[in-house]
Design a protein around this ligand. Structure first.
Ligand code: SAH
Length: 259
């Protein structure tokens, strides 16, 4: 069977370095015993190593051309090859409601959407590993004070410990992407709730980072009523990138009395 022709609109950049593929597959070893769901297997470069982990294993691939290729090369996967869109998949159905590890060399064009979906299903996904655009990996792992600390950092780190594992050069892909890549691992931090109004927490984080150079007082005027007394508090002199996840939780609790 012919090789799959890479399609740009699906974010297809096939990994060609088997050592890197095997190293990415090994990132699931830190989350033992759980079933594994691979997003976007393409021609199966990671799949071949994930199969050796001998765990319940499924792959979901949106590309109608890759799926027959996978059936031919990995007949042992059978019905565990799903043709579909990860963003629309019913994750409760993936392994009969059991928690699983999410992994893959992800389609970079939808990586943020994949991770926001993961957070929505955090009770099902205690561990998530894989490769994404280096810049996105850096944003996910960033600490307060860093130039790239932002919405993705706070909303993910609220629920997951983030490890930046290693960087991957663009010349090990076909076709080479324009950006460098990085492999990450996210592990649930065990928090069952944040101890604040979580919808308001998300709203505050998203709102203040639209004006990341400004003191919180400015963007928070969109959320707090006009002339709200707490706008005089010192915390509103800070810029969003100075606040830790815990600071955002405390801010949310302070603000929730007034909205
Ligand atoms: N894992 C392969 C392919 C990586 S490219 C490798 O490392 O070589 C990203 C893959 O994700 C492509 O195969 C693409 O078809 C697939 N993909 C893109 N959008 C998807 C979606 N919404 N759901 C599932 N798979 C998707």
């Amino acid at each position: 069977m012919n090789q799959v022709k890479p399609k740009k609109f699906l974010g297809q950049h096939f990994l060609t370095d088997l050592k890197v593929a095997s190293d990415i597959a090994d990132t699931v070893d830190a989350c033992p015993d759980l079933p594994v769901l691979e997003v976007g297997p393409g021609m199966g470069v990671l799949t071949q190593y994930l199969l050796k982990k001998n765990r319940p294993f499924k792959v979901i691939e949106i590309d109608y051309e890759s799926v027959p290729y996978l059936h031919e090369h990995f007949p042992e996967l059978g019905d565990n090859i799903i043709l579909g869109d990860f963003l629309k998949m019913d994750l409760n159905e993936a392994f009969g409601g059991k928690p699983f590890v999410l992994t893959g060399n992800y389609p970079y064009n939808i990586s943020s959407q994949i991770f926001f979906r993961m957070v929505e299903h955090k009770q099902l996904i205690p561990c998530c590993t894989g490769m994404i655009q280096k810049e996105v990996a850096e944003r996910m792992a960033a600490e307060p004070g860093s130039k790239v600390y932002g919405v993705l950092s706070v909303l993910i780190q609220a629920w997951y410990d983030v490890e930046y594992l290693f960087t991957v050069h663009e010349n090990v892909f076909n076709p080479p992407p324009k950006v460098k890549s990085a492999v990450i691992r996210l592990t649930r931090n065990g928090k069952q709730s944040l101890g604040c109004d979580e919808a308001l927490f998300r709203r505050i984080v998203k709102t203040v980072f639209t004006q990341r150079r400004k003191m919180l007082r400015n963007p928070m005027k969109q959320i707090l009523p006009k002339g709200c007394p707490i706008l005089a508090d010192d915390v509103f002199n800070k810029r969003p990138e100075q606040l830790s996840v815990q600071d955002f939780i405390e801010l949310t609790n302070r603000v929730s009395e007034y909205v």
